[in-house]
Ligand binder design. Structure first.
Ligand code: IPM
Ligand code: MG
Length: 351
């Protein structure tokens, strides 16, 4: 079949890693008889440089009219260190999430025996860890009113959630748990935050519809500790936007490299697939970035948005083969690393 894929390479290492993911998708196309028609559009610092806005209208239009969107990363240090910058690359990402109604961010975390040595955690603690973070993506403190008082001496960021917003992401949490080991952990700060108490109430009520799912609750500070102490206790972690941002980066330590973790952002319309890592500007153009997280994001794209399950499995198996044979960039092969492009070549050929 023919598919329309919106492609946002973005900033920093984005263009290099997305190029490899496209190479791998094309290998899937050749093997399984599909054609992926890509339309490349701008977002992030590159869009600010070219057009003056981090999310041009054209980008949004193309994405809305695609079957799925593949995305690399955005961000540039010149904005990070300028608290007064009026436009920022990140605004593009937040806006596209909102505009496409991508309220659910799915971030799987898994232990890989071949990568044990790369995790700073003890093997006996992380062996067998396999969980999914289901992060709410279009609400909370990221999207609340924000501002300063008149003389700029006080700032605020408002955190708001409605029952409707909590319910729709919780459905994804419960459904994800039903397809896995049927355990759901709500991570919140209900001892302090009113929004968290609304989450707890709502999720408790919804649990009545999912009697097979074992539901438990953890405060986010404790959850951050438990994830490192005994990550095997988790199956599905359901949480709000900012807690999910933080604990998913923490989760990447279990897999051995942040360069391995893919994600799917889904919701009402077209899905967007991206690695959880950032744009790694220091590595841009050096052919050293690990493309595996983006390649695994392409696998999630095939499976989730296009229902191409066998094809997604072919990608995952090929990535596992590259890891086993140590065909990897320097984050996963200190002695004899290969380039970003060589990792993509190997995985494409393995397919
Ligand atoms: C992520 C990133 C983004 C976020 C940034 C780039 C806005 O950290 O996707 O996890 O905070 O959501
Ligand atoms: Mg993040």
């Amino acid at each position: 079949m023919d598919y329309k894929i919106g492609v946002i390479k973005g900033d920093g290492i984005g263009p290099e890693i997305v190029t490899e993911a496209m190479k791998v998708m094309d290998a899937v196309g050749t093997k399984f008889g599909h054609k992926f028609n890509y339309t490349e559009v701008l977002m992030g610092a590159c869009a600010i440089d070219a057009i003056g806005t981090p999310l041009p209208d054209e980008t949004l239009e193309v994405c809305k009219n695609s079957d799925a969107v593949l995305f690399g990363a955005i961000g540039h240090p010149k904005y990070d260190n300028d608290p007064n910058a009026k436009v920022r690359p990140e605004q593009g990402l937040l806006k596209i999430r909102k505009e496409l109604g991508l309220y659910a961010n799915i971030r799987p975390v898994a232990y890989h025996s071949a990568l044990e040595e790369f995790s700073p955690l003890k093997p006996e603690r992380i062996e067998g860890a396999d969980f999914v973070v289901v992060r709410e993506l279009t609400g909370g403190i990221y999207f609340g009113d924000k501002g300063r008082n008149d003389d700029g001496t006080v700032a605020f960021d408002n955190c708001t959630y409605s029952i409707k917003e909590i319910e729709r992401i919780s459905v994804i949490g419960f459904e994800t748990a039903m397809k896995r080991r049927k355990k759901l952990t709500l991570v919140d700060k209900a001892n302090v935050l009113e929004t968290s108490r609304l989450w707890r109430d709502t999720v408790k009520k919804m649990a009545l519809n999912y009697p097979e799912v074992e539901l438990d609750f953890l405060f986010v500070d404790n959850a951050a500790m438990q994830m490192i102490l005994s990550p095997t206790q988790f199956d599905v972690i359901l949480t709000e936007n900012m807690f999910g941002d933080i604990i998913s980066d923490e989760g990447s330590v279990i897999g051995g490299s942040i360069g391995l973790l893919p994600s799917a952002s889904i919701g009402s319309t077209v899905g967007l697939y991206e690695p959880i890592h950032g744009s790694f500007p220091q590595g841009a153009g050096l052919n050293i970035a690990n493309p595996m997280a983006t390649i695994l994001s392409a696998a999630m794209l095939l499976e989730t948005s296009l229902d191409l399950v066998e094809e997604a499995t072919a990608i995952r198996n090929a990535v596992a083969k590259a890891i086993d044979q140590k065909v990897a960039t320097e984050d996963l092969n200190k002695v004899n690393p290969v380039g970003t492009d060589a990792v993509g070549d190997f995985i494409a050929a393995a397919i």
